[in-house]
Design a protein. Structure first.
Ligand code: ADP
Ligand code: MG
Length: 226
């Protein structure tokens, strides 16, 4: 019997956006399972629905139809508070634009998800420094994000995503605009999250450097998985 646990189970997801009078159908019934310890690449042209799917998968947005399970919990029955709690505990996000808070130090950015979880200060500090060490930025803890290169900022964003040991990591084009060396570091970090920490990693990417290291590559076209 397989000991694999399925972290994410998405079934028949549909999502449309209203644009004035018109409606854009971004996802037309997408089903996807991702196991613990699996790193999945989501590829497809711009506008094919990758970000929409990641946002539904990461509980940032709500589908029009279909069902979602995260760690065996059926999402659709949860109220806003339950959703927020699950997202804070279980999901780490990495975005193309890093989304760091510019007025907060590197340390404070990484610590922030632990504050949201109500973790005591001593434990927060220890976990934050461990995460910064993991991405090789412990000596940058007191700096502001502005004082860092793009690649360093993305590593801070990864530290912020991994600090709470999430079951699911969502990354939306995390290596876009990064040089090869930095892109390789990002790939290695995500790979380690999946394969050594047993997280499920779902990464939208145009980047062959990324998709070639994933366990599975999925292709989305016009809101449908191929
Ligand atoms: N907030 C939004 N409002 C209106 N249309 C949107 C919105 N977000 C995405 N879309 C549309 O949904 C489709 C899928 O977009 P998206 O999920 O961002 O694709 P991708 O990430 O693959 O580029 C596109 O046609 C896009 O224009
Ligand atoms: Mg996108």
């Amino acid at each position: 019997m397989s000991t694999d646990t399925c972290t994410v189970r998405l079934t028949g997801l549909r999502k449309s956006y209203r644009v004035g009078e018109a409606s854009v159908e971004a996802l037309k019934g997408v089903s996807l399972d991702v196991r613990s310890g699996e790193m999945v690449a989501l590829t497809g042209p711009s506008g094919s629905g990758k970000s929409t799917l990641l946002n539904l998968c990461g509980l940032i947005d709500t589908p029009d139809a279909g069902s979602r399970e995260l760690g065996g919990i059926v999402i659709d029955g949860l109220d806003e508070l339950g959703l927020t709690r699950l997202r804070r505990e279980q999901v780490g996000f990495i975005f193309q634009g890093f989304n760091l808070v510019p007025v907060m130090t590197v340390f404070d950015n990484v610590e922030y998800p632990l504050m949201l979880l109500g973790m005591p200060a001593g434990e927060r500090k220890e976990k934050t420094m461990t995460a910064l060490q993991r991405v090789g930025l412990e000596t940058f803890a007191r700096r502001l994000p502005d004082a860092l290169s793009g690649g360093q900022r993305q590593r801070v964003a990864i530290a912020r995503a991994l600090v709470k040991s999430p079951a699911l990591v969502i990354a939306d084009e995390p290596t876009a605009n990064l040089d090869s060396t930095t892109a390789r570091q990002i790939v290695d970090l995500l790979h380690e999250l999946a394969h050594e920490r047993n997280a499920s990693v779902v990464v939208a990417t145009h980047d062959e450097r990324m998709s070639s290291h994933c366990d599975r590559v999925l292709h989305l076209i016009d809101g449908e998985l191929q």
